[in-house]
Design a protein around this ligand. Structure first.
Ligand code: DOR
Ligand code: ZN
Length: 430
């Protein structure tokens, strides 16, 4: 069967131009048959009104919580939330209960992802057994089972010697090692960036806890030739270290979250657990360094670190709430508004960091719309004005500090392999 999208505009990821374009899709093969104007008739045509045709977005950092914490999120709800945000693939972190530390558990998540039929699931498996930082997992078996990277996200691997061993094996398998950089001897259970911590009399979690581990792992990556991927970069020294390492030819990639780009520790309120995230919201200087890092490519990708928690869990204030914020569903309108509309960033820079570059970083298909390639695409209406409304979200978690923020744009349609996995059903006029 053939499906056609008619009336959209194709974004050129190089020069940022938007050109009227139709897309003809082979829904059996799941590929793009043709791009252009006056394309042949199809069995089904979806008519658009000038919306932008973007390569399907790819999120390299989400928490789907299944198995074990399905009250927070399930693979079905998390991948539907991702699809509603325009994502066609998500890499999910292994800090589930039990953690994804065996090939069988990885295969199980892949299977459940396929059954859910929304954004495609690319599991990240554990570096160490049970994420205990003691014993390495079977990297080859995990990769064979479908793991696209390994990570002990949620905590850092504290033992540098073990990390070195991990990088040696990962290098031989060409498997990226995604690090949650947090030196526990510096972090000491801290909760907030030092400024906010002093204001609220809570233990500090300083940028040095992140940067120290990043420095160690950059040295080890240089020595071993492994691909190090630094998760959720939040601090100026970390950006500087990664920039330095890239100039030295270290195989390092890095991600930044929407919350570290748009919020600083000044936003934190003691009584509101929604601001609690790890790494914490940092200083204005750190935030600006993340902007510069993303703009100059030091930080390769935007990843949401979508971390759903229940309302009750997050109602316990800063001391007791779990760390984390959701992000899948509104990151594109949010960053389009703040980076492109309000600060004149080139649209293609943002899109590159949310589609092509993530695909390259974890070696995934997609990231670009081309004839013969997968029909994974996102239809975005940049002219629509709305507010971020957690009640309209598909995630089980509504824990976002961006609730009520005005944004430009909404995702109208998300397709994976030519199948519509999400369709915006509200009114069509702005
Ligand atoms: O804020 C966070 N939440 N940071 C992490 O590293 C883990 C995540 C989670 O699993 O909730
Ligand atoms: Zn993390």
């Amino acid at each position: 069967m053939k499906r056609k999208l008619s009336g959209g505009q194709l974004l050129d990821l190089i020069d940022g131009s938007l050109t009227p374009c139709e897309v003809l899709i082979d829904t059996v093969q799941g590929t793009v048959l043709a791009l252009g104007t006056d394309l042949p008739e199809a069995d089904e045509t979806i008519f658009l009104h000038g919306e932008w045709l973007l390569p399907g977005l790819i999120d390299l950092h989400v928490h789907l919580r299944e198995p074990g914490q399905t009250h927070k999120e399930t693979i079905a709800s998390g991948t539907l939330a991702a699809a509603a945000g325009g994502f066609t693939q998500v890499a999910c972190m292994p800090n589930t209960i039990p953690p994804l530390d065996t090939p069988q558990r990885v295969r199980d998540v892949v299977q459940r992802g396929k059954a859910a039929g929304a954004a495609q699931v690319r599991p990240i498996a554990c570096i160490t057994r049970d994420q205990q930082g003691q014993e390495l997992t079977d990297f080859a078996g995990l990769k064979e089972a479908g793991a696209v990277a390994i990570s002990d996200d949620g905590k850092g691997v504290q033992d540098g010697g073990l990390m070195r061993e991990a990088l040696v094996i990962a290098a031989s398998l060409n498997l990226p090692v995604a690090i949650h950089a947090e030196d526990a001897s510096i972090a000491r259970g801290g909760l907030m960036n030092p400024g906010a911590a002093a204001k609220f009399q809570v233990p500090p979690l300083s940028a040095s806890a992140e940067a120290a581990m990043v420095a160690r792992d950059l040295l080890l990556a240089e020595e071993t030739g492994a691909h190090l991927h630094v998760c959720h970069v939040s601090a100026e020294p970390t950006v500087a270290l990664i920039r330095f390492a890239k100039a030295r030819g270290v195989q390092v990639t890095a991600e930044v979250t929407p919350h570290h780009l748009l919020l600083s520790e000044e936003a934190v309120r003691l009584d509101d657990g929604v601001f609690k995230v790890n790494p914490p919201l940092r200083s204005e200087r750190d935030r600006m360094a993340c902007w510069e890092g993303l703009l100059d490519g030091t930080l390769d990708v935007v990843a949401t670190d979508h971390a759903p928690h229940t309302r009750d869990e997050k109602a316990q204030g800063i001391w007791k709430s779990p760390f984390g914020m959701v992000g899948s569903e509104f990151v594109l309108p949010l960053l389009y508004t703040h980076l492109v509309v309000l600060h004149q960033w080139p649209l293609q820079r943002l899109m590159h960091a949310m589609s092509l570059r993530p695909a390259q970083v974890f070696g995934l298909h997609g990231g670009v719309l081309r004839v013969g390639g997968p029909a994974d695409l996102t239809v975005f209406d940049g002219s629509f004005k709305t507010y971020i409304d957690p009640k309209k979200m598909h995630s089980k978690g509504q824990n976002t500090p961006f609730a009520g923020w005005p944004v430009n744009g909404r995702v109208r349609l998300t397709l994976v392999a030519g199948q519509v996995i999400y369709r915006e059903t509200e009114g069509t006029t702005s």
